[in-house]
Ligand binder design. Structure first.
Ligand code: EPS
Length: 384
């Protein structure tokens, strides 16, 4: 069968993944189905992103003792994927630390899953909800996304994430990809703007002193994306739709925008839209669309930003209810992150990678890395 006929048939093997685990249980299990065979796993890259996710100014003390090591349970032989389901186990590393949450807890935190979750599953207290609706679960999603990012990288797709606002202190969003990537190597807060980064520590320290918490805005960028990933034909394969859903599923996210996003409301059409220019091929004069038009990649950088709420565990608790006596009471107080904007940026980069790889596989998929390369190269020739 020729490549041309293969391309006409379409492929569409998608990656699915499932995580299980509790924040203070034994650890997290991740199962990934549909990952192509013959791909060499880059353990260093995985560890690098996992440890970036864990760090950040304002994280709870727990981040100091957990090391994000993981066991590979299946799907990898001699460092390469086999095409069988991949399974990983990421232990929670409590060592001698005392586990919290062993007692009954009846005081849901406003802003958290505690209240609605305990009613939904008919739990008498909120511990089962606290345990599952935890940011800790994102370690498993990040591991899955990291594999997808490194797979995409073999097709020239590069990605980054960065912090652009903490507690109202903003970094510029105009910097270019290479500049941001270089500055991030020296950054403590995952922010490319040195002055803004220094100032961002202020709201975090203030929130810590005052027993409250602080949120912010992050951004992911992907470059080297071929034109035409996603769909204008099918609503459920629309690329911005699937990226937005993946990012919104991260605990703490309250909104996502692409490119100019909500600023489109302030721009007339002749400025809002990214006119073509000719300069060594065709390009766009701006990228207000964030690299996606009509639900498909347009070849420009994919740029998505998202707002992260302040964590809902507060040392000075808000008014809540007592689920047993049904009276007003204070929300419970626990050790918590004061700010997790940096961590969410890494998770968002990872889950965006999963969605982009799925759109990529829908177009050029196959069972092995080599087969996908063949499809991609044949089709790329076609589109020139
Ligand atoms: C979390 C509370 C904190 C975070 C945790 C998520 O944990 P603990 O209550 O044990 O201090 O550190 O996030 C992680 C452990 C992680 O890896 O992201 C919560 O309640 O959601």
């Amino acid at each position: 069968m020729t490549d041309e006929i293969n391309i006409a048939m379409g492929f569409g093997t998608m990656i699915r993944y499932l995580t299980s685990g509790e924040s203070h249980g034994k650890g997290y299990t991740l199962i990934i189905e549909g990952f192509p065979s013959g791909f060499t796993i880059d353990l260093n890259y995985i560890q690098q992103l996992l440890s970036k996710r864990q760090k950040g100014v304002g994280r709870s003390k727990r981040s100091l003792w957990e090391d994000n090591s993981f066991d590979i349970l299946s799907g990898i032989l001699e460092g390469k994927t086999t095409g069988a389901p991949l399974a990983f186990f990421i232990p929670n590393n409590f060592k001698s630390q005392k586990k919290p949450y062993l007692e009954k807890n009846l005081h849901p935190r406003p802003g958290h899953a505690d209240h609605a979750g305990s009613i939904k599953y008919a739990h008498e207290n909120i511990i089962p909800v606290i345990e599952r609706a935890s940011g800790r679960d994102t370690v498993a999603r990040t591991l899955c996304g990291t594999l997808c990012l490194s797979f995409l990288n073999t097709f020239g797709v590069e990605s980054l994430s960065h912090v652009i606002n903490i507690g109202g202190i903003c970094a510029s969003r105009d910097a270019n990809f290479d500049y941001i990537r270089e500055r991030l190597q020296k950054s403590l807060l995952h922010c490319a703007n040195t002055q803004a980064e220094q100032e961002m520590k202020g709201p975090i320290e203030k929130a810590t002193r005052e027993g409250t918490s602080v949120g912010g805005i992050g951004e992911v960028r992907f470059r080297g994306i071929p034109i035409g990933l996603g769909s204008y034909v099918h609503w459920d394969r629309n690329l911005d739709g699937s990226i937005a859903k993946a990012i919104c599923s991260i605990p703490g996210i309250k909104g996502v925008q692409f490119g100019a996003g909500f600023d489109y409301a302030n721009l007339p059409g002749h400025i809002a839209h990214d006119a073509f220019i000719q300069d060594n091929g065709f390009h766009r004069r701006s990228n207000h669309a964030g690299g996606i038009e009509g639900g498909m990649s347009n070849g420009e950088e994919i740029v998505a930003s998202f707002v992260i709420k302040p964590p809902s565990s507060l040392l000075k608790p808000l008014s809540s209810i007592n689920l047993s006596s049904h009276s007003l009471d204070k929300a419970f107080v626990t050790r918590s992150d004061v700010c997790f904007v940096q961590a969410v940026c890494i998770v968002a980069q990872a889950v965006t990678g999963i969605e982009i790889l799925n759109a990529f596989l829908e177009k050029w998929g196959g069972d092995s890395h080599t087969e996908i390369k063949k499809h991609y190269e044949a089709s790329y020739k076609h589109s020139l």
